[in-house]
Design a protein around this ligand. Sequence first.
Ligand code: G6P
Length: 371
Amino acid sequence: MTTNTVELGDYCHYMLKEIYEQPGAARNTLEGRLSGNHLVAKTFDFEAEEVFKFITNVQVIACGSSYHAGLIARNWMEELGGVAASVEVASEFRNRSHVVPENCLIITISQSGETADTLAALKYAREIGYQHSLCICNVAESSLTRESDIVLLTHAGPEISVASTKAFTTQLIALLLVVIALGRHNALAAEEEERIVRQLRSLPAKISEALQLDARITEIAEKFSNKRHTLFVGRGIHYPVAMEGALKLKEISYIHAEAFPAGELKHGPLAMVDSEMPVIAVAPNDELLKKLKSTMQQVRTRGGELIVFADPHAGFEGADGLTVIKAAPIDDIIAPIIFTIPLQLLAYRIALIKGTDVDNPRNLVKSVTVE
Ligand code: G6P
């Protein structure tokens, strides 16, 4: 760690600095790991390849934002990698018995590598028969890297703000590298690997584009300054993106924020929606868009203020009670990474208006080393 990397420079808060560092952090995560349109085999050590070739299942364990990264990766693992994937919060993983699948890789995800629940869950997994472990971690010399068979560092640089930003997006990038490594031995065709790598390479530029939404987000943050509750909705792989957006908002603004899969709104949460409850939707231009639109209509007819982060091709136009923030066109695989950026900015800009201690929110710590 150099002194420079943890200096605030021109930024008011580490969180904002770390949000803006994401194009460079993405570059660092990919550095030396891609060649042409392929993953470099030595991204993982030789023994890792020996393990990867018979892995057909993964079990992800993590906490907080790292858990949300795991939920997003589950979709990639199954859709692209052809590997069955389960994800569980580390504190719960130990609270029950497990049927240990054959050929299963435990994947732990942690910025700090010191989260007590994650370490304890890994230990428990070993005790009950899981044989192989891989960790995705931002700290090279940490308890988690020491305890894991295979280590993939995110190289995001030191993250000071309690609310995770660049650590989260680089975890997602690292997870895509794992998807390729596992997928090669399963369902991933060479041209699919090329497609993932092309999209990975475009990330620094695409994240920079997403950061340009900051001015617009600063304007709409005002809408939230006197609100006490919010809902975040998404579908498919963008549901955990919505969960991460809600976590960011509650962590640093103390506004009550919950995320729901869009299709679940009608099964309960819709009852809470009124003009005092803004609903934030993540709307990529994917096959689930039509269903998402109908959910959004349900919100509007109940007088709810809707803020939609949308792909420009998703066909949304602003209207009374509907604010649309259009991102640049987004490729499908990396969309969850790109849609995370405006949600981080939204939480930050709202917290700034509320005057909270953004980098050190009340009752929270950066690394939870007790169970
Ligand atoms: C704390 C932090 C979160 C983080 C979580 C997991 O709650 O405030 O930002 O996501 O721990 O931390 P880890 O270091 O394991 O990723």
